[in-house]
Design a protein around this ligand. Structure first.
Ligand code: HAM
Length: 414
């Protein structure tokens, strides 16, 4: 019997797992620098946590949740996103006493979507949230953080940040009503998929990819006309700050996001190199959501990025394939050896030393191992402030300064 993996799932190994680990390292480093605390929540929750807050008419709730009834007749769902579980965890564990609460998490999510490049049924997200502040500077901090992380992970990729404001909940309600009215008058030209959304979820028609829908949306009512003065100021403050921080962005009045809990600021990063699944990261404000989930009436904002989509854009890390055996001829060179060891570690070059001050024994050991080179530390090297490096394959021997070793080994790895 040959058992297949489940459609839309994938195994992560080899170069992909190296990239996965690099992503978690860089995310954690940035998170700790900015004092976000890590949280891990269970991968399943009561279904009620998702159904209403994400929007009963959202695609995720309508079509994509993995929900089941367990033996106690309780309805459970594999988490399709991380924001609601994180808020639930903050409420359950009384973490909302000291605000704002800055939290992050990395882990698998589950959505029963049609699998394709960059779209899986089990995928991994990086997720950041700030709970308990309305300040526009929290929005700016999160966008700044996402920008830093993506820049560090994808220095050469062409990624674009899009932003929009959806206004407060009342504004959004009024806006949805006028959108429904508008789309009803243009019903004939809309795609079948969009017609279904006219009265239930008209916002989603705005980000339809259908050509005719796009054409009709061009003349639809615009959210800016509905924003309150307060919401306008919040949005203007964010744009001014992004300019100040030299973060490039484009405003997209049709950016609405796929989940119902958003209000005010929304943002997304997209890349042209991802095919149709081009959104790498998305997020926004969700003032009101924490109350809906049974917590205090405090605002919140966050974002999530798909790890698999980042991996698709990541270049392979330059890796030194060589393994180096160190041969130290005398204990008096201990400090000189430590200096070399520090350099090799910093440059991620694997090395080994058998703690025997004997050149011959070191070479025998190196030849019996998988080492590609031996670096010798003896009187000549110490006195001349260099290292002798011998290629065990070719027998070639070179005298190098410490800072030349990486390039020498890197050239050989190509
Ligand atoms: P989302 O836009 O649904 O937002 O997902 C965020 C990111 O997860 C997407 O931009 C994409 O990179 C990745 N993603 C989503 N679905 C899939 C899939 N089927 N396969 C691979 N990657 C996928 C949220 O989930 C919100 N909770 C974000 C948020 C946090 N808003 C506020 N705080």
């Amino acid at each position: 019997m040959k058992i297949r993996s489940v459609r839309g799932t994938h195994d992560i190994f080899g170069e992909e797992i190296d990239k996965f680990k690099r992503i978690s390292d860089i995310v954690s480093k940035n998170a700790y620098l900015k004092t976000f605390k890590e949280i891990q929540t269970p991968i399943f929750e009561f279904s009620d946590l998702f159904a209403k807050p994400l929007g009963e008419q959202s695609d995720v709730v309508l079509k994509e949740m993995y929900s089941f009834e367990d033996r106690n007749n309780e309805f459970l769902t594999l988490r399709p996103e991380y924001t609601t579980p994180m808020i639930r965890a903050a409420i359950t564990n009384n973490l909302l006493n000291d605000l704002p609460l800055k939290i992050f998490g990395i882990g698998p999510m589950f959505r029963r979507e049609r699998p394709q490049k960059g779209r899986y049924r089990q995928f991994n997200q990086i997720n950041f949230e700030i709970l308990g502040t309305k300040d526009f500077l929290a929005d700016v901090e999160l966008i700044f953080l996402s920008n830093n992380i993506l820049k560090e992970l994808l220095p050469k990729s062409n990624i674009k940040l899009y932003i929009n404001s959806l206004g407060d909940k009342n504004t959004l309600l009024d806006f949805k009503i006028s959108l429904s009215k508008y789309f009803n008058t243009h019903k004939k030209k809309l795609s079948e998929e969009s017609i279904k959304k006219i009265n239930t979820n008209p916002l989603r028609i705005l980000d339809s990819k259908n050509e005719e829908d796009i054409e009709i949306s061009k003349s639809s009512p615009k959210i800016y006309e509905y924003l309150t003065d307060e919401a306008k100021k919040h949005y203007e403050d964010i744009k001014r700050s992004l300019n100040l921080l030299e973060i490039n962005f484009e405003e997209n009045p049709n950016l609405v996001r796929g989940l119902d809990y958003y209000c005010n600021t929304v943002f997304e990063y997209k890349s042209d190199n991802l095919g149709s699944q081009d959104t790498l990261l998305g997020g926004g404000r969700y003032d009101g959501l924490i109350k809906v989930l049974g917590g205090p009436d405090i605002p919140g904002i966050g974002w999530a990025a798909g790890i698999e989509r980042i991996i698709l854009l990541m270049e392979s890390e330059k890796k030194i394939k060589s393994t180096v055996h160190i041969a130290v001829t005398n204990v008096k060179f201990a400090d000189y050896y430590l200096n070399l060891k520090k350099y090799l570690s910093e440059n991620r070059i694997s090395y080994y030393w058998n703690f025997k001050y004997n050149l011959k024994k070191s070479f025998t050991k190196a030849s019996a191992s998988s080492a590609s080179h031996v670096i010798i530390i003896g009187d000549n090297e110490f006195n001349g402030n260099f290292f002798t490096i011998k290629d065990l394959m070719t027998g070639e021997q070179k005298e190098l300064k410490l800072n030349q070793i990486f390039n020498y080994l890197n050239d050989k790895s190509r």
